[in-house]
Design a protein around this ligand. Structure first.
Ligand code: DGY
Length: 312
């Protein structure tokens, strides 16, 4: 009998055929969550999840045969890693392949927020562009300003490479110095005080939850613009909404939210916020590369080979 593989969500661009020789495959054509996921995965040895599928103690307890969680994505905050470690469940993820797409999206949000792209689009569509007025809809100049990158790992550095093309001065926070031409490492509070743009690129961990607290948002440079392609819980969203409503912060570009797919009403009402539905890695090419990586890990582990990207 082949071991069972359960796939919680369709993986765009993933060819499941090579896995058919190794696994009995359940799921993969429609999203499975809650009781349906437990039902399909009850005797599964391997489980594929995405960042919205929580792998917690109740799920692990319901899946006694599970020995491999293959996560489609780089962030692993949705997985109780300690519980997996304690149970001896291997966890793999897909780092690297989504770096460029996520950095591109961070720049798209930065530019769209600074230049009021989404707001302008809405106004034009609604027939609100009725006169030529040079003082109307003015945005924030990007070229030559200062970008503070919070988290200077793979994605943060990819944002910096793109920002260099806009002559942005790069500041970053992180646990260690990274050799990056022209970039300067600063403590977070100092970075927030001077950055015109702040891009969040940290993983969500116990240390980064609410990293951008109300106190830190209050310390940001007046008129600054925040871009978040990391995780919603890195930011105090109530304090952020207040800072955007009062105009203390000029704008924000937000791709991630605390309780996705729920987006706080206060953000949805604000014209100076550009909202996207967690699209950081959302290109056809990247999502297909992530799928290939997940399928490769499943095959390697099933054949007794070491995984390439082991988290636990
Ligand atoms: C990740 O990989 O963590 C992304 O947020 C998913 O798109």
């Amino acid at each position: 009998m082949k071991p069972v593989l359960c796939i919680a969500r369709p993986l765009p661009g993933g060819d499941l055929r090579p896995l058919e020789a190794l696994f009995e495959i359940r799921g993969g054509s429609a999203p499975l969550s809650g009781a349906a996921l437990v039902d399909a995965a009850r005797d599964a040895r391997a489980l594929v999840v995405t960042y919205i599928d929580r792998v917690d103690v109740p799920l692990l307890s319901a899946l006694p045969a599970l020995s491999h969680v293959a996560s489609y994505g780089v962030g692993v905050n949705h997985i109780d890693l300690d519980a997996c470690r304690a149970r001896g469940v291997l966890v793999t993820n897909t780092p690297g392949v989504l770096t460029d797409a996520t950095a591109d999206h961070a720049m798209a949000l930065l530019l769209a927020s600074a230049r009021r792209v989404a707001e302008g689009d809405r106004i034009v569509r609604a027939g609100g562009w009725t006169a030529l007025d040079p003082a109307w809809m003015l945005g924030t100049q990007v070229t030559g300003k200062t970008l503070g990158i919070v988290g200077f790992g793979r994605i943060g550095q990819a944002v910096a490479r793109r920002a260099a093309g806009f002559d942005l001065k790069i500041l970053y926070t992180g646990p260690r110095e990274v050799p990056f031409p022209g970039a300067r490492r600063l403590p977070l509070d100092d970075l927030l005080a001077v950055a015109d743009f702040v891009s969040l690129n940290v993983p969500l961990t116990n240390e980064t939850e609410n990293l951008l607290s109300a106190g830190r948002i209050a310390r940001m440079k007046p008129g600054a613009i925040l871009v978040n392609t990391a995780r919603g819980s890195v930011v105090d969203d109530v304090a952020l909404a207040s800072a955007l409503e009062s105009g203390r912060l000029a704008a924000a570009g937000l791709d991630v939210f605390r309780d996705e797919p729920r987006v706080p009403e206060r953000f949805r009402r604000l014209p100076n916020v550009v909202l996207t539905p967690h699209l950081g890695s959302g290109t056809r090419e990247t999502r297909a590369a992530m799928a290939r990586m997940v399928l490769d890990e499943l095959q390697r582990v099933a054949r007794g080979e070491p995984p390439r990207h082991r988290v636990v």
